[in-house]
Design a protein around this ligand. Structure first.
Ligand code: CP
Length: 327
């Protein structure tokens, strides 16, 4: 038996959220920030979701998202249970929906779902009655990543944007394998809802014109747009999602002749980073292939907020859990 989804009681995608709700969640996340980007050590906060139980259902690998949802739940006093595909009865043929219904029946109060299949979190949300949070579904969306990227970007920009989350007047480049990236989709939606101009950059098969329907611009020439950017989000090439027919040549990203050619056209090298606006914010959602899409020295450089993005993930996920579990 399925039912309609109430987007205010679930976090399935950012496309289903208003700008006001994004700002409300980001503001709640900021109230948990100890001013260094880490969660406040506060007894009241640590009891906020006391008695609640959050279940991570991760049917695809993760480091950042799974760990930060676990810590976010604990920081609010909730219990956390982790279930992964291997080691669960999914390997015996149980469906994702039956798995979710089973976990709900054990007493879980919220389900955090990651899956390689677009639509998995929405499908589960149509069957269960507890809040469902999408932790990444195929190439569809990764809504808490979109929120944390905006949080880290606004904090780095400062000038009042760290509390208003207003990104008007800011141009953000998202570079790389956009078409396979749920992060890119959630970033484009979040950033444009908050007023930013977003330019997606990559070879045409990875950054097709059809992305413009999301409200962004598209370019295949990174060097032509680099000087306009106030921030850049570099993406990993998701070779695992290209399939056997996805490459022009085996081992080559679609649209270019080789990894070397891709690097020469689209990597954020030290030289390219040096040509950006002074203070331009450098981002990467992780996991990163150092030396491919971005030089290690740039990832670790003074304008990089890669680690701050990860810290923002815990704050934003605390906000989403607190909001949905009513603490
Ligand atoms: N950015 C992100 O979702 O990373 P993980 O796959 O490690 O969770």
């Amino acid at each position: 038996m399925t039912h309609a989804i109430d987007h205010s009681r679930n976090m399935i995608d950012l496309a289903g959220q208003t700008r006001e709700r994004l700002v409300s969640l980001l503001t709640l996340a900021r109230s948990f920030d100890d001013c260094t980007g880490m969660p406040k050590q506060d007894a009241e906060l640590r009891a906020r979701l006391s008695g609640k139980s959050v279940c991570n259902l991760f049917f695809e690998d993760s480091t950042r998202t799974r760990v930060s949802f676990s810590l976010a739940a604990r920081n609010l006093g909730a219990g956390i249970t982790n279930l992964t595909g291997p080691g669960s009865s999914v390997t015996k043929g149980e469906t994702l929906v039956d798995t979710a219904l089973t976990v709900e029946a054990t007493g879980g109060h919220a389900l955090v779902v990651r899956s390689g299949a677009a639509g998995a979190a929405e499908l589960i949300a149509k069957h269960v009655h507890v809040p469902v949070i999408n932790a990444g579904d195929g190439a569809h969306e990764h809504p808490t990543q979109g929120l944390l990227d905006v949080y880290a970007l606004a904090a780095a920009l400062g000038g009042g944007r760290e509390s208003s989350f207003d990104l008007s007047g800011i141009t953000v480049g998202i570079v790389g394998d956009i078409v396979n990236s749920r992060v890119a989709r959630s970033d484009i939606i979040a950033m444009t809802k908050l007023g930013a101009r977003v330019i997606c950059v990559g070879p045409a098969p990875l950054a097709p014109r059809s992305l413009e329907v999301l409200g962004c611009e598209v370019s295949s020439d990174l060097d032509a747009v680099l000087g306009e950017l106030d921030a850049v989000q570099m993406l990993r090439i998701q070779f695992e999602r290209h399939g056997s027919g996805g490459s022009d040549k085996p081992g080559s990203p679609p649209g270019v002749g080789s990894v070397r050619e891709y690097r020469s056209l689209y990597a954020l090298t030290e030289r390219r980073a040096g040509g950006m606006k002074p203070g331009a914010v450098i981002m990467h959602p992780g996991p990163m292939n150092r030396g491919l899409e971005m030089d290690g020295t740039v990832a670790d450089g003074p304008n990089s907020v890669v680690r701050k993005q990860v810290s923002a993930g815990t704050l934003v996920r605390m906000a989403v859990l607190a909001d949905l579990l009513g603490g």
